[in-house]
Design a binder for this molecule. Structure first.
Ligand code: C5P
Length: 218
């Protein structure tokens, strides 16, 4: 059959990145973080001082934009027009900008097209918000990884060393709301996704459950 595609979707801070890279390593798959692509475009838009609600300006920006994801140690290295921007992309203002850029249908369509060609050969774990619903609706494995906003903001704050988990909680709620209510491919589990709530599950248990799902499709 077709080479494996594992789609991992869910809200911010649910642990998708860690889980995706561990599953990729375990099964010898390429790990692709689609959020990094939205972040890279958002970074470029900020650099060019474009208004983030101007879909038309953003669309023009995409016409001379090349975003590449390369295997890194712990997640992807991101090349934006040939430049390594990996370390820049985690900044809070880029996080917020990526969330705003990603609501525009024209931008989502551009991203989905790129992501489909990245995963066309299979052999990938693709992580994001709309992989199982929009990018690869026929992926063999679909996981929707969730957790309460409180659990997610605590994890995020400890990862990023953010000053306050409260601030992170507000930021996460705002991003979730935008992701869940946008018109084009809103964040929601695909009908055939395996939903895993990681609020009270240790990482190893989450991994074991996903591994079991993948094993059944090999
Ligand atoms: O996953 P990450 O936090 O890096 O994603 C940044 C933002 O990009 C998210 O808040 C979300 O709004 C957007 N995104 C998206 N669709 C994806 C991946 C990310 O809309 N497949």
């Amino acid at each position: 059959g077709r080479r494996l595609i594992v789609a991992i979707d869910g809200p911010a801070g649910a642990g998708k990145s860690t889980v995706a890279s561990r599953i990729a390593r375990r099964f010898g798959l390429l790990n692709l973080e689609t959020g990094a692509m939205y972040r890279a475009l958002a970074f470029k838009a900020l650099t060019h001082k474009l208004p983030l609600d101007d879909a038309h300006a953003l669309e023009s920006l995409t016409t001379d934009t090349v975003i590449r994801l390369e295997p890194g140690g712990d997640g992807n290295r991101v090349l934006l027009d040939g430049q390594d921007v990996t370390t820049t992309l985690r900044q809070p203002e880029i996080t917020e900008a990526a969330s705003r850029v990603s609501v525009h249908p024209v931008i989502r369509r551009w991203m989905v097209e790129q992501q489909r060609s990245l995963g066309a050969e299979g052999g990938v774990v693709m992580e994001g918000r709309d992989i199982g619903t929009a990018v690869f609706p026929d992926a063999q494995v679909k996981i929707f990884l969730d957790a309460t906003p409180e659990a997610r903001s605590e994890r995020r704050a400890s990862q990023t060393g953010a000053a306050s988990a409260t601030q992170t909680l507000e930021e996460i709620r705002r991003r979730d709301e935008r992701d869940r209510t946008r018109a084009e491919s809103p964040l929601k589990p695909a009908p055939d996704a395996v939903v895993i709530d990681s609020t009270f599950l240790p990482l190893e248990e989450v991994l074991a459950r996903i591994e079991a799902v993948v094993q059944r499709r090999l």
